[in-house]
Design a protein around this ligand. Structure first.
Ligand code: PEP
Length: 262
């Protein structure tokens, strides 16, 4: 069965209550037009800041879910003395469907390591949340020819202890750190090369069927004018979008590009 595309917007620490609602509302209202009959082939997700999840939940779920609601992070414990943290149960309580784990800003700005990211992945999956596991090399690592090694390590470490039966709820986002928020995009060929390597690794770790079924998103300065070519690559199954997800027109245009390619 053909893999669906999954286009998710990561709003990071942007918006306020009013603009978050306006953004979600604007996107939801343009979805049918953007998807032009491809609603079954393209999934859409929105990841607002934690404090606006409830507001956005009301706008994206209208009888049936028009877009999946995502959180940008979670903590590994159920409750207790973990000041500032948010549990999987809290996220589910406000209608969250999926969660990002290991985003490069969590890895490189906040300092999260592979073990913590793996614990978050396992906790989210155990709680029935869908996970987008983000991986990607830095510019120095790419220049040092470590791209494959770094992405392999992040996949293996991120998925340690994750069983084949849990993979249906897992998505991988390949996001080269040098392309995030920089305006520099990996070329379609550069992105495809790593996506194919990641899919091969998944086949080695699990099975060919599991690897073929896995959605692997590309992230890193995806814009309306490069989205179709990136998503037209055989192993790129959608996009994790930062900056361009903050403008209704741009994000909807990226969704429309996915619908055209689907
Ligand atoms: C991201 O935050 O995951 C991202 C890809 O950001 P941008 O699209 O702005 O590069």
């Amino acid at each position: 069965m053909a893999r669906k595309f999954f286009v998710a917007g990561n709003w990071k620490m942007n918006t306020n209550r009013k603009s978050a609602c306006a953004l979600a509302d604007g996107i939801v209202h343009k979805l049918d037009e953007a998807l032009v009959g491809k609603a079954d082939a393209v999934e859409v997700g929105l990841c607002p800041p934690f404090v606006y999840l409830s507001d956005v939940a009301r706008l994206v779920t209208n009888g049936r879910a028009k877009a999946w609601l995502g959180a940008q992070d979670l903590y590994t414990q159920d409750n207790g003395a973990f000041t500032g943290e948010i549990s999987a149960a809290m996220l589910k309580d406000v209608g969250v469907h999926f969660v990002l784990c290991g985003h490069s800003e969590r890895r490189h700005v906040i300092g999260e390591g592979d073990d913590l990211i793996n614990a978050k992945v396992k906790k989210a999956l155990a709680e029935g949340l869908r996970v987008i596991l983000c991986i990607g090399e830095t510019l120095d690592q790419r220049k040092a020819n470590q791209t494959l090694e770094v992405n392999r390590r992040q996949v293996q470490a991120g998925l340690a202890g994750v069983g084949a039966g849990q993979l249906a709820n897992l998505v991988i986002a390949y996001e080269p750190v040098w392309a995030i928020g920089t305006g520099v995009t990996a070329s379609p060929a550069q992105a495809q090369e790593v996506h194919a390597q990641v899919r091969k690794l998944l086949a080695d770790l699990y099975s060919r069927a599991a690897a073929e079924a896995m959605q692997i998103q590309y992230g890193g300065s995806v814009k309306p004018d490069n989205a179709a070519e990136l998503m037209g690559q055989p192993d790129i199954d959608g996009a994790l979008v930062g900056g361009a997800s903050l403008k209704v027109e741009d994000f909807v245009a990226i969704i429309a590009a996915a619908a055209r390619v689907a």
